[in-house]
Design a binder for this molecule. Structure first.
Ligand SMILES: Cc1ncc(COP(=O)(O)O)c(C=O)c1O
Length: 441
């Protein structure tokens, strides 16, 4: 065992100092960066990750929820090694692409066709372009606080604050990144999740200029609010009445059921975006949906209306790993990790209640989010309005790392198939100690 990663003479400190010379802030991924610097991964095995200091922790983050089978899954490794022997990349299509496409369409009811990309961000970008080309409109609608990757038109209002978010029934479009074109904010209508009346009024005013409503049925960034009874059905009906396409962004939520969150909560989106677990741990994205929309990508009858390419799209390694990952995700496997997720949330919430700490674990199935508020979560605003300052969460995050538990710096976590009740108990005991320490500090 080496030094603790925070020790100034640790390998981590050295790696981060080196990284900072060459990479802005020393990181290529904002979502894992935290102060003073993140841990550096050395290797992973099953549900454990070992950092460069030799410290082994339970990995409840799994590359931001992508590794549903944890690290080093034997079937995924075998599929990858076999594909490496056949070839790592071709200009030509290959069989694993066809097999993964068929599997996805069999599992997700609303899909008739699917097209692969390299990331969830690219999938969202492709879906928005498809919706624009199909409807002949350019504006899009999204829900406040929901994250959909880093394409310009969705980098809006996913990090609004009370200082700039405006009235709850008509949230202000705020930039969540610098560098957006001037027209973007005006082209994005931001709506409050779970507020039927507000959506009705906003769409009455803007609906006829909107190409698509993009919606994450289980939004991590929104705090994992569950849809109010009938809300998705209402959205489906109202968007149809204005000729707006609905895009379900299932980049994360596809984890909760073999048919995705739309399989669990219902919904019949025109388009759905995927990523994360579908690639078996390799970079991936996809858009699927109704044939009449997806066929705008079809080059077989001349130049397609929507052009999408990508040197690495449908890369055979990704397709082979994705297929091996998804084939193992049978309904009983989903049921088992979802049940572990229910157990983890229940026991963790008992820990917070017993300690008197106003915090909670939200989420569904194998996904969870640690929020520093006990307010019931119905939308983005309820997830942060009464939340303790970020600094308190940062200390809890650090305490959890010290206790051998990895979750994201925003509280996102998930289970993986190698986990069992024993790992759930380990999490709960570690949380108990981490919270007790927090309350003493
Ligand atoms: C709901 C959702 N959509 C889109 C994305 C973007 O996916 P990627 O990071 O693969 O570009 C993410 C990433 O976390 C996401 O959570």
């Amino acid at each position: 065992m080496g030094k603790g990663f925070l020790d100034p003479s640790s390998k981590t400190a050295w790696l981060y100092a080196e990284a900072s010379k060459y990479i802005p802030g020393g990181t290529s991924r904002i979502h894992y960066y935290f102060r003073p610097y993140p841990i550096y991964a050395q290797s992973g095995e099953g549900c454990y990750l070992t950092d460069v200091e030799g410290t082994k922790r339970l990995d409840f983050l799994n590359n931001m929820t992508a590794l549903i089978h944890g690290h080093g899954n034997p079937a995924i490794k075998k599929a990858l090694f076999e594909q490496i022997e056949r070839g790592t990349a071709f200009s030509e299509p290959s069989e694993p692409e066809v097999r993964l496409a068929r599997l996805m369409i069999k599992r997700v009811n609303s899909l008739q066709k699917i097209r692969f990309s390299n990331s969830g961000t690219e999938a969202v970008m492709m879906a928005i372009k498809l919706a624009r080309a199909y409807t002949g409109r350019s504006r899009i609608a999204k829900f406040e606080g929901f994250y959909h990757g880093y394409y310009d038109y969705v980098q809006v209002s996913f990090s609004s604050t009370p200082a700039n978010w405006g009235p709850s029934e008509a949230p202000v479009s705020t930039p969540s990144s610098g560098g957006l074109a001037d027209t973007v904010l005006g082209d994005v209508l931001v709506m409050p999740f779970n507020d039927q009346k507000a959506v009705e009024i906003l769409l009455e005013r803007h609906g006829r200029s909107i190409a698509a409503l993009i919606l994450d049925p289980l939004s991590n960034k929104g705090g994992f609010p569950l849809p109010a009874e009938g809300f998705f059905k209402f959205l489906r009906e109202i968007t149809r009445s204005y000729g707006i396409l609905t895009i379900y962004d299932e980049v994360i939520s596809f984890r909760v059921d073999s048919g995705g969150a739309q399989g669990k909560y219902g919904g019949d989106p025109d388009l759905t975006t995927f990523g994360k677990i579908m690639g078996g741990g390799l970079p991936v994205g996809a858009v699927g949906g109704k044939a009449e929309v997806m066929d705008l990508l079809d080059p077989s009858q001349g130049s397609p209306r929507v052009i999408s390419g990508g040197t690495a799209s449908a890369n055979p390694l990704t397709m082979a790993a994705g297929l091996a990952a998804m084939e193992q995700m049978t309904p009983p496997v989903y049921a088992r990790i979802n049940r572990l997720g229910d157990m983890l949330r229940k026991k963790s919430n008992e820990v917070f209640a017993a300690a008197g700490e106003p915090a909670q674990l939200t989420g569904e199935g194998s996904l969870f989010r640690l929020l520093m508020t006990d307010e019931p979560i119905t939308d983005y605003r309820t997830s942060i309005r009464k939340a303790a300052p970020q600094e308190r969460f940062n200390r809890l995050h650090q305490n959890l790392l010290d206790e051998g538990i990895i979750i994201s710096k925003e509280g996102l976590g998930c289970l993986s198939t190698p986990m069992s009740e024993a790992e759930v108990d380990q999490f709960v005991k570690a949380l108990e100690r981490a919270v007790a320490k927090l309350r003493k500090e």
